[in-house]
Structures are given as C-alpha cells and as structure tokens.
Design a protein around this ligand. Sequence first.
Ligand code: SF4
Length: 409
Amino acid sequence: MNQIKRRESLEVKVGDVTIGGGAPVVVQSMTNTDTADIDDTVKQVAELADAGSELVRITVNNKEAAAAVPYIREKLDKINVDVPLVGDFHYNGHVLLTQFPECAESLSKFRINPGNTGTRGRDKNFCTIVEQAVKYDKPVRIGVNWGSLDQQLLAEKMDANNELPEPKSSKEVMMDTILDSAMRSSALAQEVGLSEDKIIISCKMSGVQDLVEIYTRMATLCNHPLHLGLTEAGMGMKGIVASSAALSILLQQGIGDTIRVSLTPQPGGDRAEEVRVCQQVLQSLGIRNFIPQVTACPGCGRTKSTYFQELADEIQGYIREMMPIWRNIYPGVEDMHVAVMGCVVNGPGESKHADIGISLPGTFEEPKAPVYVDGEHRVTLSGDHIGREFRKMMDDYIVNRFGRNGNGG
Ligand code: SF4
C-alpha cells in the first residue's frame, strides 16, 4: 500500500468504527429512502453495508422519521447488519432528539449543520443537540455546507470586511466564514461539554478547486478528523469524475479520515454506486484495497468482436457479486490482482504481473488464450467456454491462496 503521510488527527469512535487517529480512511454513504418507511430504509441500509459502506447516514427530518429510527436499528441488528447509523439533522434536531430519546440512543453519531439550527435560536438549538450527544455519549459531525452557510455569521463577516481599508472579495469572505462556522461550532460544542475526541468536521463545497482550498486550510486549523466530500457532485460520470478529482488531491496530501461521494442516482438506480466509487478512489490511490483489482486493456483495432469486453465485464461482475462472501472467508482476497487483456501485444506481459491473468486472442491471432498464474504460464484455454474455465481457475486460486489452508502469500 501507498505510504502517504496522513495528517495527524484525534481518534473518534462511531459505534465500533474508528475515524481519524491514523485509522484506515472510512467509507460512508447516505440513504435516499423516507426514513419513516422502516422496511425500505432497512433494505437500503443493508444494501449499502453489503457494498462495503462502513457508516450509513439517514435523514431524521420529522417526528415519524425519529420514531422509526429505533425500529430500523432493531431490524438491522436482527439481520446481522451492524453498520453504525448516523442521523442527519436540520432545523428541528434539537426538538427531535429531545422528544425521541430512543432515536438519540439508537444512532451512533449526529450530524449537525450549524447553518441550519435556526435563525433566532441558532446557538441555543445547536447547544441542545450537543447536550443530547453528551447525554448519550455520541460523537457529532459538524457539517458546514456552503449551500446552507450560517447567514448570520456571513452577514457579520461581510460587514466587518466592508470596514477594512482593502476589503476581500465576497468569495474570500465566504470561504473564511465556512472555516469560522466550523471552528466556532467546535468551540461551542466543547463549551457545552462534548469532548474534543467526539467531534468530526466537514466543510463541503460543490466546486473541486474550492473544496481543495477549504480542506487544505481546515487541515491546519484543528486536529479533528475530517469528513471529505464534494457536495451536490451530480449525476453519472460528472459526479464520479469531479468527486474523484477532489478527493484524490486531498487524500494524496494525507487529508481526510472518512469520505462520501454524493452522487445523484438515476431514477431507480443503485444507491450503492456511491460506495463503490469511494472504494475505487481509495484503491486507485493505493490507500486501501476493497476488492480484487481487474486490469483490463481498453481494446483497440486488434481486438476481435466484443468478446474481450464481455469477458472483462463478466469477470468484474463475478468478483463484485462474490465479494460479500469472499470477504468473510478469504481474508486478503481484496489484494488480488486479475488481468484480462485483449491481445498478445501487452496481454502476456500484463498477465504475468497479475496474480492471475488471461490474454485473449486478437484479430488474426490463433484462437487461444494463455492464462498466467503468479507470473507463470499455467494453461492455454480455447473453445467456447474460455470465460467459465477462467472463472473456475480464479476460484481455485482464491481457495488455495486465501482459504484457511492456503499459503496466504
Ligand atoms: S493489449 Fe492488444 S488489444 Fe489491448 S489495447 Fe493493447 S494492443 Fe490493443
């Protein structure tokens, strides 16, 4: 694994999950179900956890949602899904957490947006939420978001800026206010009695360069663990690329203790996509492995038909499908490297570097597919069942290497 020097931060426990203090970067996600719909929410939390989400946030936006939370926790426990739940509170968190103590108890962390705790009772409401965190021994994330920035604080900052002989731009004042809002809230929470090792901070923005700037500055201002994420990243490729770019720059600098990718799914799309993107960012940077890596060449004019793409897709899909099972019985399997290559130009070379690799026949090549295991040519497959035979070889390799009686090499 890559030896990136991580920013030093306090260790915060969220249920059984450790964030910060040098712990592996934690992947988290958020449901988009109506929390009051217990069965729907349990199903999606389980799917996210199954995909590898180590924390799952649920919105707690009204009394029905708050009342549902303990039942969601109970049902998850019954099906052995022990992922910690984080409650997302805006506007009425002080009311809900006070009126629904079982909700407070069932959650493993509260997320508070200091810009959304009320206009007149801002600090009072914020402190009420923190009091509940202290009472139930829960950590909080102080989650500042530029789209819902504390307007009172921003106005004060703007007024003060206007008095300066050389005023800053409004963008600079806004950036300063985001940082101040986070630090001010952290200080206030500690005044109420929350210990500093119960606080995680995020300062989310929707522009990549803005996000990099704000976190680079925040990293020097405190030693709280930082939750990274580009807010409102968007749909599909735009959201994935923008999030990956932003997170990668920061993670490479050692900044970030937990990450979330806020993708907008297609209607009826798979919410767990955001978990897989987080994992792939960390895996591509060499920070953490989650799933065997498949190296596939892009294909070119030398590849025959779509067979090679289909096989690469089949292998990736098979690995993803099997991973929830493999993860438990074959520890270390996530470090495996598989190559699926399109022809003899780079095929054998890349396959030799992988733990197991196959080089398919390109156009005008003999219809044969040499398979390499641990760098050695093991067998040459041909005929109509190359995919199935290669999958079987991969299964055998995993059992032998990562099974209880394997060599664990
Ligand atoms: S390995 Fe062969 S098929 Fe794949 S991109 Fe390179 S030349 Fe093209």
